[in-house]
Ligand binder design. Structure first.
Ligand code: G6P
Length: 633
């Protein structure tokens, strides 16, 4: 486990009032200053951030006399080839960047780092400078020339404008002028023994080892070198030298900070022989679910200390609002069925981008839950702030320790999935489900909707999940053979009722994310109201049917699509014999409480998506146009 005490007691970010609605961190930053050659270290670090999504990369290295920059559109490999793995860029200090284009198309000139006019200040930037147009106009008026279309170039020239021989002073002056979000790595040719890091609303960490000091957007980039990291707070400036770091406020006052020890398995961010991170992460799910469940099951009871809510407070909750994006939203939809069915609590689930603008009615005694793997998704973070600004306490269910949502939520229930690298989530999704089961059972227990017998049976089923997931993973080859038949598919439909609808949403998303096959998920009963017109001879319909009370209903829908030529793949529970007549292909999941079926049914669906994507030759871990942390709204 990660020692996160310092993160949780860390200072509140300084600027929450404005600009937070346009955060972008899809890019990656790595910086290094030390005794080793900087370029290979930075390139290696950037390769660990590839999952974030990017379309070009660049690097700046101080060679003893001047700063040299190399940039290239495309995969990091192109930059690696261009610099012979960094060998052609000697030097002990540098900054590097992978860019996900926002302002200006992906191109060499728009890639970072950006220079000031005489190449003495280099900047890499994640985020968006919202007032870059007035700043650009002002600088144009002062004779500065711009060569790129980026907002970032403004920073290089503005630093130049304010630089009078003191880097810290120039940086803080720039911070006072810019609006928006940023994580920056900066170097000044006049100060070759220093590099600088600064951030606001875009994540950035720094770390130190015997060989030097590091800047990174995320832990995996530097995990190989150090486990002692500092989470940079909003508008803090870090001066990194070969053997020490200093932290400053925006008023140039020195700040003392405590490091956080990262306790991840050294191989956590490596493929370990798997062909893709996605497959590795699919296989990690038994452990992920165990790690999320077991610390919270004590002496046959569910204990969620991090909730910071007494039983009385839990009893007083009248409504739950769940807000999230992507797959995390799908776990929220599952939780709605569980909390309403099992705990009899009304639940609203919102996609965060809708929640934040629909002026939701939040009644007194409502509980707000934000679910996020990265803890950095812009819309989810904004939704959290919206709820807090209205006086509601927010529970974050978050995977990344020290992330913005984890820091700003009133309480955090961590999903102990470890670093998830593949863009399409699998293990964090399963960990979120596990956390939500615990929460639902806790609430049901306290509120008296789950009696002793039901609790004991739920607990027993909960504990069986990791082994049952393992069992399903054993069906890998069978699913792969089936998936190979659909490599050329044009459309695939996923249907289900109740929790099965929530599962079908995730199954469909996984497929389109990884394989670019068009797919839709529909509540099975709603099919007749439109989508059935799309069924043609041979169209694959994946019918999920894990809720015994709804078996017959879903079978009717399967029969309907089959009559129109569909090929029906069913995912159902062992013993559901009735389905055999309606399905062409069946995958069975082991017996569990219907409320937990999602955790099992999702496994064949993940494997199916993975193998369709592999069969099509897709870039499984880094699908086109997608990013792991979607931090633009
Ligand atoms: C992106 C990822 C998804 C993820 C979603 C929400 O779209 O590709 O896998 O579910 O963002 O991300 P979060 O980090 O908030 O869970």
């Amino acid at each position: 486990m990660i020692n996160y005490s310092c993160v949780l007691t860390g200072k509140e970010p300084m600027t929450l009032k404005r600009s937070w609605h346009k955060v972008t961190i899809m890019c990656g930053i790595v910086g290094y200053i030390g005794t080793g050659e900087a370029a290979p270290i930075i390139l290696d670090g950037l390769s660990k951030l590839e999952y974030r999504g990017y379309d070009s990369a660049g690097i700046a290295i101080f060679d003893g006399e001047k700063i040299n920059i190399k940039k290239a559109v495309g995969r990091l490999k192109v930059l690696e080839n261009l610099t012979h793995g960094g060998e052609t860029m000697p030097g002990y200090a540098g900054i590097g960047h992978t860019r996900w284009a926002t302002h200006g198309a992906p191109s060499d000139v728009n890639s970072h780092p950006h220079f000031n006019k005489n190449g003495t200040i280099a900047v890499v930037h994640n985020g968006i400078i919202e007032n870059y147009i007035p700043l650009r106009n002002k600088l144009l008026g002062k004779g500065y020339e711009f060569i790129s279309e980026t907002d970032t170039e403004v920073l290089a020239h503005l630093l130049d404008y304010y630089y009078k021989g003191n880097p810290l002073e120039a940086i803080t002056k720039v911070l006072h002028r810019v609006e928006g979000s940023y994580a920056l790595g900066i170097m000044f040719a006049d100060f070759p023994e220093e590099i600088y890091a600064v951030r606001k609303d875009s994540p950035l960490i720094v770390g130190q080892s015997k060989e030097g000091c590091f800047i990174a957007s995320d832990v995996p980039a530097i995990l190989k070198y150090t486990r002692q990291v500092y989470y940079v707070d909003n508008q803090e400036v870090v001066k990194l030298r070969r053997d020490h770091m200093h932290f400053y406020s925006v008023d140039e006052e020195e700040i003392k900070k405590e490091p956080v020890t990262i306790d991840w398995d050294a191989n956590a961010a490596e493929k370990e022989g798997y062909e893709h991170f996605m497959l590795k992460e699919i296989y990690e799910q038994p452990k992920t679910v165990t790690d999320t469940l077991s610390p919270r099951i004590k002496n046959g009871e569910i204990v969620i200390e991090e909730l910071n809510m007494s039983d009385e407070e839990l009893k007083a909750v009248k409504k739950v609002h769940i807000v999230a994006c992507g797959s995390a939203y799908h776990t929220g939809v599952t939780a709605k069925y569980i909390l309403e069915g099992l705990v009899r609590l009304p639940v609203e689930v919102d996609v965060a981008s809708e929640f934040r603008y629909r002026n939701p009615v939040l009644e007194e005694d409502a509980m707000v839950i934000v679910i996020s793997q990265s803890g950095e998704t812009a819309d989810s973070l904004a939704a959290l702030r919206e709820a807090k600004s209205r006086g509601f306490k927010v529970l974050g269910i978050v995977n990344v320790v020290g992330s913005s949502i984890a820091r700003e939520a009133d309480s955090v229930m961590y999903t102990w999935a470890g670093p998830e690298i593949a863009v399409a989530t699998t293990k964090a999704y399963s960990a979120q489900l596990a956390a939500l089961y615990l929460l639902a059972m806790k609430l049901g227990r306290v509120r008296g909707t789950i009696d002793d017998a039901l609790f004991a049976s739920l607990l027993s089923d909960l504990k069986k999940l990791p082994n049952q997931i393992e069992l399903l993973l054993g069906q890998k080859q069978k699913i792969q053979r089936f998936a190979n038949r659909y490599v050329g598919a044009k459309d695939i439909f996923f249907i289900g009722r109740g929790i099965d609808y929530a599962i079908s949403m995730e199954g469909s998303l996984k497929l389109k994310e990884t394989s670019y096959v068009h797919s839709e998920s529909y509540p099975a009963g709603e099919l007749k109201h439109g989508p059935i017109s799309l069924i043609e001879d041979g169209t694959l319909v994946v019918a999920i049917s894990t809720q015994p009370a709804l078996f017959q209903k879903t079978i009717s829908n399967m029969v309907e699509v089959k009559a129109r030529g569909a090929f029906v793949m069913a995912i159902t529970c062992e013993g559901n014999k009735a389905i055999e007549k309606a399905a062409d292909y069946i995958t069975y999941i082991p017996e569990t409480n219907p409320y937990f079926a999602n955790s099992l049914a999702i496994i064949p669906l993940q494997l199916f998506s993975y193998y369709v994507a592999v069969g099509k030759g897709c870039d499984v871990d880094k699908p086109r146009n997608l990013a792991k942390s979607v931090t633009v709204e």
